[in-house]
Every structure is written in structure tokens, then in C-alpha cells.
Design a protein around this ligand. Sequence first.
Ligand code: C2E
Ligand code: MG
Ligand code: MG
Ligand code: MG
Length: 288
Amino acid sequence: NAKRLGTAHYLVFSEDMEEERREAAIHHLRLRQAILAGEIIPYYQPLVDLRSRRLIGLEVLARWRHPERGILPPSEFIDAAERAGLIGLMFESILRQASQDAARWPDGLKIAVNMSPLQLQDATLSGTVLDILSQTGLSPLRLELEVTETGIVHDLGTAKRVLAMLRTAGIRVALDDFGTGYASLRMVKELAVDRLKIDRSFVVALASAPESGRYVSAIIGLARALGLGTTAEGIEDAATMRRIAAMGCDLGQGYYFGRPRPMEGLDSWLTCAAEGIPIIPEIEAQAA
Ligand code: C2E
Ligand code: MG
Ligand code: MG
Ligand code: MG
């Protein structure tokens, strides 16, 4: 009896697994079609110089413009893209669209494009990136790549070579979500990154837990000692912005300055950049 029950159990279990595998395969196929059909599009969020309050660039954040489900955030599809081996294809599509858009923006505005650490294991990455830049006419000096350090880089040698080729072309590299992931000081050194992006959790905590100021200061001090730039993510109000600026962080990003918007929504920001005037924080524009 027990044996029969066990077998029945096993059957149900295996049917579930089969079903899950089938669903994953369908999802992956659908995601591939979405990338190829241009449904994965760039949204843009301001990167602001904390001294002058001027827009210096935009971070490119992927969205899935799903025909039935509307605009989907990266949490709905980035992991799946990594598992399905589609992250490189998605990156190329996003980089191409963003480079085309940025080629029409005021000169000097940079774009920061997110990348999976998996891509640092792909020796053809720098060739692919440089091809896309030359096809779209965007200077490599205007591109920064943000490595989201949520995964371990297995083959450090390949990662170093890939980054060295990108750097030789003038492309800069930032370590994203610094302080929360797997990045050690050794990684900062070996990968020779140009900028640390202080994770939003440290910045948001400033308001409620004053001791987190010490962590933010420590990261800024570390960056300064190593000659690296710093960006604070997740600035949601004026007080946090002032505090972060006083600590010596160069750049800021967050809902205070503006939420991510599609290309059609960028006009007011691009006008400020073209005229060299500070951008009007979205929070204050709403309050007015
Ligand atoms: P990230 O690179 O750290 O990007 C910042 C995230 O914080 C974005 O979420 C942004 O909308 C959000 N954010 C910005 N300011 C604020 C704020 O003031 N408050 C709060 N609560 N959130 C803020 P999003 O767009 O959902 O992206 C999430 C993550 O998905 C990104 O984190 C990045 O790791 C990943 N991602 C986005 N686009 C791509 C992509 O094209 N490729 C890859 N590999 N990853 C991507
Ligand atoms: Mg990022
Ligand atoms: Mg980040
Ligand atoms: Mg983050």
C-alpha cells in the first residue's frame, strides 16, 4: 500500500515537474519573440551632478511592453532571460535602441546600460558593443556599463580581458548596488571599475537609521581613496539629496529627480541639459 502511494506520489510529482518545464520553455520562447519583436524597450532615469544639479546622463532600464499585460518591470523577466540564455540578445537590443536615442540628445549626455555579470564571461562582448556603437554613431566615451554584481564572476581572467577591451575603447564601467552583492575589494581592484553605485538600501536608510550615514561615508571614502566616482541611487527627497551631496558623492539618482520614463517623456530633461540649467526635481514639479 505504502509502495503504491509512493508511486502515485512520484507520478504526480513528475507530472508537475514536466508541466513546470513545459511552462518555462513556453515562457522562454515567448521572451525570445518579445526581444526580437522589439517589445523590450528602454526607459530612462536621470543621473544628476549633485553640485550643479545638472543632468549628466540617463540610466537605461529595460521594460517589457507586453501587448496584454502592459509595461512590465525587469523583476518580471531579467532572471528568466539569464536562465534562458537570452540576456546577451536582450542587452544588444536595449543597447542598440538606447544608442539610437542618445545619438539625438544634447552632446555629452551619457547613457548607463545595465549588464548581467554572466556577460563578462563572453569574450565577444566588446566586439558586439563596439559594432553597435559604430552602427548607431554613439561615441564610446558616452557609454557606461553597469555590472549588476548579483552573481559571482567565475572566470575572472575572461572578465578582466573583456573589461580591458571595453576600457581601451573609452567605455567606462560601474559596479552597481555596491555594498549588497558579491563584489569584494578584490573584484573592485581586479575588474578596475571606474565608479561605485551605492545601493539604494543604504541611501533610503539615511532618513530612518542615522548610523547608515557611516556606511555611505565609508563607501564614498573608499571610492575617493581609489580614485573612483560615486553615484547614490534611491534619492527620494530633498533632505537625503543634500545629505548625500554634503558627504561628497558626485552623482545622484532617484525618484526625487525623476522616475524612469520612455523616450517620448524626456523632452523637459533634455531641454534643461541643452541649456545647461539644473533639472527641476520631479517631486517638486508635482508639489508645485
Ligand atoms: P538598478 O540597475 O540598480 O536600477 C535602479 C532601480 O531602482 C530601477 O528599478 C529604478 O527604477 C529603481 N529606482 C530608482 N530610483 C529609485 C527611488 O528613488 N526609489 C525606489 N524605490 N526605486 C528607485 P527597475 O527599473 O525596476 O530595475 C531593477 C533592476 O533590474 C535594475 O537595478 C537592474 O539591476 C536590472 N535591470 C534593469 N534593466 C536591465 C537590463 O537592461 N539588463 C540587465 N541585465 N538588468 C537590468
Ligand atoms: Mg543599474
Ligand atoms: Mg543600481
Ligand atoms: Mg539597485
